[in-house]
Design a protein around this ligand. Structure first.
Ligand code: GRF
Length: 223
C-alpha cells in the first residue's frame, strides 16, 4: 500500500521537561518525513517546556499528577486509559522522568519507546552522559528501545555512536549526543509507522534493513 495512503500513526507523547526530542518528532512530521500525528502530550510536570511546544502546534496536552492517584499503578492505569481513549498506536517517552508502571506496559506491549543518552546496556538510569565520561569510554551515544518493566532494559531498536573527546564536559558530550537523539528518534518511529519492526524476545528485526554505512574508531586509526 502507498505509505501516504495508510492512516497516520497516532502517537501519545510522555514528557517531563524541555521536550527537544518531542520537537524533533514534530519537525519530522511537519517536514513530511514521518507519517504520523501527535494525539496527545501527557506530562507529570506543569512547568514542562514541552507544554509550550504542544500549545504552539495546537496539540492537546494533559498534566497528570502522580500525587492525585492512590498508587503508582493507579496513576499508570489512568495514563493508559487516556492514551487508549485517543487511539494511540505508539507511546513515545521523550524525557519522561519516571519508570513506567506495569499497567501502561501491559496496555501497549512493544508499543512504548524510550530514548536514552548512552549506548545501552551501558550506563542506564540517570545521567548516562556523566556516567560514560566518568567511566572513561571513548565512544558513547544514544539508544532508542522498547520499554519493559526494567530501567532502560527493553529491546533495542536503533543506536547511534559519537566519540568522547578528552576535552569533553558533561555538557559538551550531552550536546553531541542530543544532536543524534533528534535524528534517531524520528527514524525509529518511522520504521515503526511503516510496520518494519518485529520483536523476537529481546531482539528487534527490521524489515528491508539498509546497508551499514561506515565504522569509526576513537582515536582514529593511523596505520
Ligand atoms: C534526553 O537526553 C533523553 O535521552 C533522555 O532525557 C533527555 C530528554 O531531553 N531520556 P528532551 O526533554 O527531549 O529535550
Amino acid at each position: 500500500m502507498n505509505e501516504q495512503k495508510m492512516p497516520a500513526l497516532k502517537i501519545g507523547v510522555l514528557a517531563s521537561g524541555r521536550g527537544s526530542n518531542f520537537q524533533a518528532i514534530l519537525d519530522a512530521i511537519g517536514k513530511g518525513k514521518l507519517h504520523a500525528e501527535i494525539a496527545v502530550l501527557i506530562t507529570d510536570n506543569p512547568s514542562a517546556f514541552a507544554i509550550e511546544r504542544a500549545r504552539k502546534h495546537h496539540i492537546e496536552y494533559l498534566v497528570v499528577h502522580p500525587a492525585d492517584y492512590a498508587s503508582r499503578e493507579e496513576y499508570f492505569r489512568n495514563v493508559a486509559e487516556e492514551l487508549r481513549t485517543r487511539n494511540a498506536g505508539l507511546i513515545v517517552l521523550a524525557g519522561f522522568m519516571r519508570i513506567v508502571g506495569k499497567a501502561l506496559i501491559d496496555a501497549f506491549p512493544n508499543r512504548i519507546m524510550n530514548i536514552h543518552p548512552a549506548l545501552l546496556p551501558s550506563f542506564p538510569g540517570l545521567h548516562g552522559q556523566k556516567q560514560a565520561l566518568e567511566y572513561g569510554v571513548r565512544i558513547s551515544g544514544c539508544t532508542v528501545h522498547f520499554v519493559d518493566e526494567g530501567m532502560d532494559t527493553g529491546p533495542i531498536i536503533i543506536q547511534a555512536a559519537v566519540p568522547v573527546v578528552q576535552e569533553d564536559t558533561e555538557d559538551t558530550l550531552s550536546a553531541r549526543i542530543l544532536e543524534l537523539e533528534h535524528k534517531i528518534y524520528p527514524e525509529a518511529i518511522r520504521l515503526f509507522a511503516e510496520g518494519r519492526i518485529d520483536v523476537h524476545g529481546r531482539t528487534v528485526q527490521i524489515k528491508d534493513y539498509p546497508n551499514i554505512q561506515s565504522f569509526f574508531t576513537n582515536p582514529p586509526l593511523d596505520i
